[in-house]
Design a binder for this molecule. Structure first.
Ligand code: SAH
Length: 456
């Protein structure tokens, strides 16, 4: 079947891509990706983009609706790049995510009939995100424009509140708008590199109720800073700090290297897994508190510590995983690249009276080499890398330290599966995977995997 742009085709949607688009095969062959489609839909689709092995389509008409479809409930769904699954029932979303993990393990990881636990569902599918980075712009009428980027774009979709966020974030957004209207402050322009306001960055600690509001600016001062503080303090319950983050670079990276406290505290305090964690605005922290606790419980179960073991926690952030297991371990060693996160981790150990944990600010791969050369023989290694997965030489270095178990926490099933394959060539057997729905209504899925050293 030879397709052209703008052709209309009839499609059965049989699954989803990693981004959450529906997939069908035109004429039984060419894969067509359709945003907003649901598995089980029969659709009339207009081809909007054609590549060699696939095409993108737009729904022209729903000929027969999937039983999974529900009424979507967000005014900017599909304009904003955040949610992928507001149009299907949560059960269907969970099935799609489970299948995505299985497909990655089998197709990329080369595993057959991989042992997979049922995905851990979230009790809360709304209001669960404890972090927001809202780009700021200026509307035609001169008001402060605040919202989210459209998918694959830097166009701001205005939004006064997001269903994934706690209501207190909308109050903070309102307070910043109120300040802006009286401040005379300028908005950063990506084209020219001029203007001041770039993002509003919000964080909430569900365990304590604390909220940090951080304005990201192309400069070290804001106009009417005291007014900003007053507006936020008056409008945001639980507010514990107001910060200015300085980002002067022409970059897509939201945060600059430096923060200045305008009022209150410069860090957020949360409770997680019965421990207290202090988190700097520059440190990574899991965005879904309740599901993070479940994730860490599964990590602890997979690690199976009995008291005397040495645990190496690579990509440790503020130390949360290692510290949550420290009481069951002999020694915990954490490695993390971001200096503020390492400082948080060290303080977090002290705050929780944990004396058997040490943290290093280093690249995980370089640290693993150094620790191995010094003769470290961890019993368990926890890996929780960013989306791109483990550094190139890391699996080999870890395998040479010969831990009995590797617990791999991943937010990308594809790089996870690739790394599992690398480990399987290094004597590590895949035991089991447990998908966790950390990000309901979005296309993202977290997975935790146990690998075991093969005894020769
Ligand atoms: N385990 C932590 C953090 C996971 S996110 C938690 O559950 O909260 C991944 C972390 O890896 C981030 O903190 C990031 O700063 C860090 N990181 C990214 N690249 C790294 C590298 N090459 N070496 C060490 N840490 C790195």
């Amino acid at each position: 079947m030879k397709l052209k742009k703008n052709d209309l085709v009839e499609l059965e949607i049989t699954g989803y891509t990693a981004e959450g688009n529906g997939v069908g095969r035109a004429g039984g062959e060419l894969a067509v990706f359709v945003p907003g489609a649901a598995q089980g839909d029969r659709l009339c689709v207009r081809i909007v983009k054609l590549a060699k092995n696939f095409a993108f389509g737009k729904i022209e008409k729903i000929l027969a609706s999937s039983p999974d479809r529900i009424e979507q409930d967000c005014p900017v769904f599909r304009q904003c790049g955040g949610c992928a699954f507001r149009h299907i029932a949560y059960e269907a979303e969970l099935r799609a995510k489970e299948r995505r993990v299985r497909d990655a393990l089998e197709r990329i990881g080369g595993l057959e009939n991989a042992e997979l636990r049922p995905i851990m569902r979230a009790d809360q599918t709304a209001g669960y995100r404890n972090k927001a980075q809202l780009p700021l712009g200026r509307s035609a009428s001169g008001e402060l424009l605040m919202g989210f980027y459209a998918l694959h774009s830097h166009r701001i979709v205005a939004c006064s509140g997001c269903l994934l966020q706690p209501p207190v974030f909308s109050q903070a957004m309102q307070a910043v708008k109120q300040w802006f209207s009286q401040s005379g402050e300028s908005v950063y322009d990506e084209q020219t590199g001029r203007g001041t306001l770039r993002h509003l960055y919000l964080r909430q600690a569900p365990g304590t109720g604390e909220v940090l509001a951080c304005v990201v600016a192309n400069g070290s001062r804001l106009k009417k800073e005291q007014l900003l503080v007053d507006c936020l303090r008056g409008g945001v319950p639980g507010l514990s700090g107001v910060l200015l983050n300085i980002n002067r670079k022409e970059t897509n990276v939201v945060l600059g290297p430096e923060c200045r406290v305008l009022w209150g505290k410069g860090v957020l305090l949360d409770c997680l897994c019965g421990l207290q964690f202090e988190i700097s605005p520059l440190s990574f922290y899991q965005v879904n508190h309740d599901q993070a606790e479940r994730l860490y419980e599964t990590a602890a179960e997979y690690a199976g510590l009995s008291g005397g073991e040495t645990l190496l926690d690579l990509y440790c952030g503020t130390g949360t995983i290692g510290l949550s297991m420290a009481k069951a371990a002999g020694r915990v060693i954490g490695v993390e690249l971001v200096r503020e996160a390492v400082e948080n981790a060290r303080l977090n150990a002290r705050r929780n009276e944990i004396e058997n944990a040490e943290f290093y600010c280093e690249d995980a791969g370089a640290a693993a080499v150094r620790l191995r050369e010094r003769g470290l023989k961890p019993d368990v290694v926890v890996l929780d890398p960013p989306r791109k997965g483990c550094g190139e030489s890391l699996p080999e270095t870890v395998a040479r330290m010969a831990p009995g178990k590797i617990v791999y926490v991943s937010c990308d099933p594809a790089t996870l599966a690739r790394d599992i394959k690398r480990f399987s060539g290094l004597g590590y057997r895949f035991v089991e995977a447990a998908p966790v729905d950390m990000f309901p209504r979005t296309a993202h899925v977290e997975t935790i995997v146990l690998l075991q050293r093969e005894t020769l």
